[in-house]
Design a protein. Structure first.
Lengths: 274, 285, 293
């Protein structure tokens, strides 16, 4: 059996891990807004410091955190280059290659952009996926969106679907692996041939996988019914989410940080070069 | 010469990660041509890993797997041919069926082998005969069959490749006694008619006692016993210690011994037990 | 048996399903059965004998064509039953299925066990108590925070049992719940079932085709082609070895042994369906021969 760990959840204990998932979702949204508010060198510097504080508070090794940035390194590099080459600044360009000019504003823009994306990914993944299990994240979303039930949105059903999907991903992955091996044992070849041949070769995997998903779904529906499930109405929960002092504190800290950034934007800007 | 030989085979899962687990440790076994060898061990003992090494679905981390004295990974590009020669029936094989008709599904393997249509239809008929299905199921949709029938179709799909070695991972799991007998008889018939080597995994010691010539016992990735059926069952205490279900008859002998009656603890078949108890009743205590 | 009140009463139950060609195949034919409170009943039969259909009827997943089923004095086959009535009845009769993977809803063990009680609308603190207790009974407390995906089949099945137990049912139906497990897992589940019956007074209906499992019940009903072929204690049932074999079932090896001995003129008397009981019976026979008692 393969060990499949879902998402990026990193199981250690930290003040951030212990926060209420609803608060974490709110914090993540606030933080994203703040990231976009930063517009000068001082606020950017403060933003980087805040990201470092979050990483340290989460007890997650920096190495692991940097891994999450790896897949989008290409996109970051690409946007940085576009910014450097295509931003037209005032005055003389720093470098003139004839067909292209590089202005100092372009470089500054690129640095700001890279910092923003970097902090955005690190901050939100630490606040959400690294420190919150998918299930409590779903739970948090359900409860945050709770008020929308009143206007008839199926919030509970959506959360239940998410929960079950999360629950069955490892099962179906294992199953796909087994089916693939079974067909390989009958001579199926998934690696050679043209694109069309390879797509065709997937049919012997997809059909059994599809039928087994349906089987799982039917059985699960029966089992849920036997366990008296009839939707969200009248349902209670074992784990009640509670906002504790630490949650409030975190919220206040992030809001205060946002205010600080706005102040720097307004009052410090005239004295800064960028 | 041994049909299959594993030499110093080790296998790791998730090598290089924190989850690295050694599934097989330095396994050395030889399997005789034409024999039925039972492979037993509790869940996680490395049985399934071992089966997947035999037909090249997995590559050994260390060591070599030989088929007729030739390293199966000598020409990695030709591993597909090894898979036709060593047919593997996985656990709950009915979940791999995908074609619209039983006939097409059984034909999947032979078609991949590039056989002619006549050859394929001959093999299909032969295969369903081994598993005790009648030809009129051929045009049915496999999804309309009963669970036991689907299982037999899936096994026929491997038999139709006429493998020299037929490997089955718990072919009777979850079936009732009748369903189990049909499949095990079919496997036995296949060996009798083709002289193929059979390797079979089962949790049922009763089935093993009935079917196998040799038995291999795996525990925590290591071969702890490998010998003839008699040799292995005489170690029933060891089997129990590593958490395997010994036949009820053997348990009865243990119960008698524990109550101070002198009996042979290695008995595992009903007929031997009848003789033993008849002897007991004739003799004095 | 705790008392002799009938808990589940089945009267002249029949069900059939429609074939592709429009004809009907009957699955259960005019079955009547009385199951007492606290009873440990095994329903034996080969695949397709109708035993799983019976379970589905008891849990109102299917509706019969004819006949009535009463649970705890209430008719569950009444067409005027409201959704709330169904809810109340499902609370009393819990069901554990064959594939443990298809019964677990949540990604954390204790959350899954809590699923049933949550549906019942029980206050949070009490759910906590029930979940902890249920996990303790099935011996899975240490895995409370674990992920089901990382557990063995037998462990998953014990979680499924805990999930039903936390709803505090009177009766539990096991629909071939050991069929996909290895011997260790099977043994764990069988021991758990026995514990539920003995220590918690839960009525057990166990559907199986394993003889050694059925041998542990106090009563066995053998179904064959939708009809009740036999109904009695394990000793009474295994007595009729030939009849069992006819309908595609085995007898436990020890019982087979005693039959073969009888054919050789050696009589072993008493219950012989477990190795320990059989050993006692053989010793009794030896003593009898020696003129001891």
């Amino acid at each position: 059996m393969k060990s499949i760990s879902l998402g990026q959840y990193y199981a250690v204990d930290s003040p951030i891990h212990r926060l209420d998932p609803r608060i974490k979702i709110v914090l993540a949204v606030l933080y994203i807004v703040i990231v976009f508010l930063c517009s000068n060198i001082a606020s950017m510097a403060l933003l980087l410091v805040s990201a470092l504080v979050i990483v340290l508070a989460s007890n997650i090794p920096i190495k692991i955190v940097l891994k999450s940035v790896k897949p989008i390194l290409f996109i970051i590099a690409f946007t940085a280059i576009i910014n450097i080459f295509w931003t037209k600044g005032e005055g003389a360009p720093l470098l003139d290659l004839g067909f292209i000019q590089i202005y100092s504003k372009g470089i500054v823009n690129a640095i700001f952009l890279v910092t923003r994306i970097f902090v955005l990914i690190v901050g939100s993944s630490i606040l959400l996926t690294y420190t919150t299990t998918p299930i409590s994240l779903t739970d948090g979303i359900e409860r945050l969106l709770g008020p929308l039930k009143k206007i008839g949105l199926p919030v509970h059903d959506f959360a239940m679907i998410m929960t079950i999907a999360l629950r069955f991903i490892p099962t179906l992955m294992e199953e796909a692996d087994k089916i693939m091996n079974a067909q390989k044992a009958r001579g199926a070849d998934f690696t050679n041939g043209s694109l069309i041949q390879r797509a065709k070769a997937l049919i012997p995997i997809l059909i059994p996988l599809f039928s087994s998903s349906i089987r799982h779904a039917l059985d699960l529906a029966t089992a849920m019914e036997c366990r008296c499930y009839r939707g969200g109405e009248g349902r209670t929960r074992m784990k009640i989410l509670k906002c504790r002092a630490s949650d409030i504190l975190a919220l206040v800290a992030v809001i205060a940080f946002g205010v600080a950034i706005v102040c720097i934007n307004i009052f410090a800007a005239p004295y800064l070069p960028f | 010469m041994a049909k299959i030989k594993l030499e110093n085979v080790s296998f790791f899962y998730g090598k290089g990660t924190a989850y690295c687990k050694e599934a097989l440790k330095n396994v050395n076994i030889e399997i005789k041509e034409g024999s039925i060898t039972g492979l037993i061990g509790h869940t996680g003992s490395g049985k399934s890993t071992m089966l997947q090494l035999l037909n090249g679905l997995s590559t050994p981390g260390e060591g070599k797997v030989y088929l007729d004295g030739v390293d199966i990974w000598e020409k990695p590009k030709e591993i597909g041919k090894v898979r036709y020669r060593v047919g593997l029936v996985m656990q709950y094989p009915e979940y791999q069926l995908f074609e619209e008709t039983v006939e097409k599904d059984i034909a999947f393997g032979p078609k991949n082998m590039g056989l002619s249509n006549e050859e394929i239809s001959e093999r299909i008929r032969e295969a369903i005969d081994f598993v005790g299905l009648s030809p009129d199921v051929l045009q049915k949709n496999p999804f309309d069959l009963s669970g036991g029938q689907k299982r037999r179709v899936a096994i026929a799909g491997v038999i139709a490749m006429r493998p020299e070695v037929l490997v089955l991972d718990e072919p009777a799991a979850g079936l009732d006694p009748q369903g189990r007998d049909v499949i095990l008889d079919g496997v036995f018939k296949y060996r009798e008619k083709t002289g193929a080597t059979i390797i079979i995994v089962s949790h049922s010691m009763e089935d093993m006692a009935r079917l196998c010539d040799d038995i291999i016992v795996l525990s925590h990735g290591e071969v702890v016993l490998h010998g003839t059926r008699d040799e292995v069952f005489s170690e029933s205490q060891m089997l129990e210690r590593i958490g395997l279900a010994v036949p009820q008859i053997t348990l009865l002998m243990h119960e008698l011994s524990a109550r101070g009656i002198k009996v042979n603890n290695g008995i595992y078949t009903e007929s031997a037990a009848v003789e033993e108890i008849a002897r007991l009743m004739k003799g004095t205590k | 048996m705790v008392n002799s009140d009938s808990y589940i009463k089945i009267e002249n139950l029949s069900i059939s399903y429609e074939e592709d060609d429009g004809g009907r195949t009957s699955v259960l034919k005019n079955i009547s059965l009385d199951i007492k409170k606290g009873e440990y009943l095994a329903v034996l039969g080969h695949n397709g004998s109708g035993k799983s259909t019976l379970a589905k009827l008891l849990n109102m997943i299917l509706e019969p064509d004819e006949g009535k089923i009463y649970i705890d004095g209430k008719e569950i086959t009444d067409p005027n039953m409201t959704e709330d009535d169904v809810f109340e009845l499902r609370k009393k009769v819990g069901m554990v299925f064959q594939n443990p993977d298809n019964q677990l809803v949540a990604t954390i063990v204790e959350d899954d066990v809590a699923f049933g009680p949550e549906n019942l609308g029980i206050p949070s603190a009490e759910i906590r108590e029930r979940v902890d207790e249920a996990l303790r009974v099935v011996g899975m407390s240490e895995h409370a925070k674990g992920e089901p995906a990382r557990l063995s089949g037998g462990q998953k099945q014990r979680i499924a049992i805990a999930g039903i137990l936390a709803m505090k049912p009177d009766c539990m139906i096991f629909d071939e719940s050991t069929a996909m497990l290895d011997p260790l897992g099977r043994r764990d589940i069988m021991n758990t079932i026995e514990k539920l019956n003995r220590e918690h007074g839960i009525t057990i209906i166990m559907i199986t085709h394993y003889m050694d499992e059925a041998a542990r019940a106090n009563r066995i009903v053998v179904l064959d082609d939708g009809e009740i072929l036999m109904d009695g204690t394990p000793a009474e049932i295994f007595e009729k070895q030939d009849k069992l074999r006819e309908c595609g079932l085995d007898v436990p090896q020890c019982v087979g042994l005693v039959h073969s001995l009888k054919a050789r003129g050696i009589n072993i008397e008493g219950e012989c369906h477990t190795p320990a009981a059989c050993a006692e019976a053989i010793i009794a026979a030896l003593n009898k021969r020696d003129g001891k008692n």
